[in-house]
Design a protein around this ligand. Sequence first.
Ligand SMILES: Nc1nc2c(c(=O)[nH]1)N[C@H]1C(S)=C(S)[C@@H](COP(=O)(O)O)O[C@H]1N2
Ligand SMILES: [Mo]
Length: 401
Amino acid sequence: MVPDPASWRPVERRIFLFGVAVSGIAVAGPRTANARQRKADNAEKNLRYHSHSPNNAEPVLAELVKSWITPYENFYIRTHGPNPTIDEKAFTLSVEGLVRKPRKLTLGHIREGFSQETITATMTCAGNRRQEHSETKPVGGVPWGAGAIGNATWTGVPLAEILKHAEVQEGAKHVWFEGADQVDVHGQKTPFGGSIPFEKAMAVHGKTPGALVAWKMNAEPLRPDHGFPVRTVVPGYIGARSVKWLGKIVVSDRPSPNHFVAEAYKIVTEETPEQLAQAKPIYHYPINSAIAKPMGDREVPAGRVVVHGYALPPGEPGRTIQRVEVSSDGGKTWRDARLDEQSAPFCWRFWTAEIELADATTLIARATDSAGQRQPQTTPWNIKGYLYNGWHGRMLKVKPG
Ligand SMILES: Nc1nc2c(c(=O)[nH]1)N[C@H]1C(S)=C(S)[C@@H](COP(=O)(O)O)O[C@H]1N2
Ligand SMILES: [Mo]
């Protein structure tokens, strides 16, 4: 059972002073508009911080399920290094590798030179619910509860358009993304990188492009924490493939050698070279669901209670949430939850269930998708604590009626 975020010890707020030097990217000092902006951004957020600079934070679950589109204030932040400071005017996005016409695209060109699309997609961290893995055995990484997930509208240009413009050559199999941030990896500064199969980059699932180069989130310019000025958004894939502060796209015949593709984001039980070499990078996220309300940290009166939560279909195209069930007797009997109206491809679905509470109760939720695939009761442990999607339990303190 996982403690609610409300019971966490607040992380001491450190004020971020210096921008990071990145080649081709302007460095700003403490008194710049950017530094002020960053402080303002953090203050606006309605999140519990696991760390500052790198900023890692998630919302309280009861807040998260108030709106199907997650407002900026409630949207989790996952970063591996300090936010880079980017000079919009000097900014270019480089498109290179297996292309006939390598490009350096300005923001103006990205925003105005291509067709523009707005999609809705849920983003979730591969480490969402990591705390539950650590109940089995310790795992590394940010100890996420079930709040490292959010749903937003994203406005941008389909990655496929940018690739066509650069004229992709024969043999393209993967597309790499590189951020402008600098992360400490084995004692060396490395940009955060992602990689997706070329097929996914060129795909259109219904109306949803396989990947978007986005500059707006919920109809507003991306905020610094979410990758200003541009990021990729890859519907159906773990958040790590949606690279923020995107500075470079490389078309290649192989997956990116970047640490965050070649080593991190793999399911292994030991980080040995053998296991890491064998394991494939994680792309899609699996089916998941969580109980968001009532929270476990306050007393709930006995009697009828409305339980709220989210359910996420797996990230493969065409899959939807078919059913969510809730149990208050440890999984012996289950009651169907009511699915909210609002739904869309690659998006979570909210649900509610009315449950009669007698005394101290553990509620459990599990979701089933349109292919009949159900959330597993537990998720096998892995050392990095990824993709926890076992039945979600919530222990309630019930006030006798
Ligand atoms: N450049 C860069 N992009 C990044 C990251 C990062 O640290 N640096 N973190 C990734 C991870 S692990 C996740 S889950 C998502 C989180 O996006 P958000 O902070 O906008 O919620 O961004 C991804 N893109
Ligand atoms: Mo993530």
